[in-house]
Design a binder for this molecule. Sequence first.
Ligand SMILES: Cc1ncc(COP(=O)(O)O)c(C=O)c1O
Length: 381
Amino acid sequence: MPSCLDRAAHSALRAEFPLLEQCVYLNNNSTGAVPRGAERVLRGYWETLRTWRDDVWQDWHVGLDRYADGLAALLGAPPGSVVTDANLSTLLARVASCFDYRPPRDRVVVTDLEYPTVPFVFRAFGRYGARLTVAGTGGPRLDQDALEEQIDERTLLVCVPHASFTSGATVDLPRLVARAHQVGALVVVDAFQTVGVVPLDVTTLGVDVVLGGAHKWLCGVGTAFLYVRPDLVPQLEPAATGWQAGDRALTFQPSTGWAPGARRFAGGTPYPLTSLVSQVALDLLAEVGGAAIRRHSLALTQRLLDRADAAGITVVSPREAHRRGGVVCLDVPDGETVKRRLAARNLICSWRGYLRVGPHVYNSLDEIDEFMDALNKELGR
Ligand SMILES: Cc1ncc(COP(=O)(O)O)c(C=O)c1O
């Protein structure tokens, strides 16, 4: 049975994702299911290659811009404020390359719940003076007080995950943005684990930089995105750059200035295929709408919490709806083996220290029950 979404609309949505016919797919925090419309795009791409003409690039740029602007709309941001590239790490390093890290404002504060790429990138910028502070106590919950204590007039950037990839715990962004801006620091949000399942309005929040990617909750493939607050863009000049970021890029003349908007954070020749494929799912998700997706997701994760409690399974993720993302993490003995045994029964989740169960808008309460029945059996409960 679906929850929140109209039954017929939910069935129609499910029918767009062939992977759901093969298994109970609750692994969206790792990799989202890709809709069947991707096949049409891939065939079209081959047709383009087979009949190649030089002006294809013009159409590809339209497709790239359409995807970036679609993401901007999802984030509550204006067109032109988002750029895409191969992965989040590339874009984060490009953002990091915009700063001089001169004392007294040379500090970058991150949490201990970051995806490993975040501290890795900023540690590398230690060569240019960046001083990294990692806030946190090592647990699965984000200690917002401990994080904010680290932020002062020496802080240049505060980089946080909107939701942790290990526990799904979310950061209180309005509070964090207020604290960081009070002392003149910029807030960089890694929203890979939320965009597509948790609404994020970057304009209302006044957040400075947001990064994310397509292959999880956005049900796309192989592309990542960067949003920069439009009024901040003119103040940032990436040292890690490429010709597509220049003001004369599309004339193939040497550029001396920057392209307008977020395109100043572009690199070299872009990757049209991944944006074109990812557009299919973005359109489907936009049709459902962020609020309905969140309502459905909360109903599914609540069912996971209730079933875990009933079985006496330790829940690692926050219980409060406003503090949890799209995933519920469970602390079970020998979790990696349990994950494998469930996968052998076509019940798909992931394990990163905890069992991570991440249903999306196309999953149903029945699937949650089927998964939890099997998990209880595996655990002998
Ligand atoms: C929170 C978070 N950030 C970043 C990434 C990945 O970064 P990249 O695109 O550089 O591989 C992931 C997962 O793949 C993630 O969960």
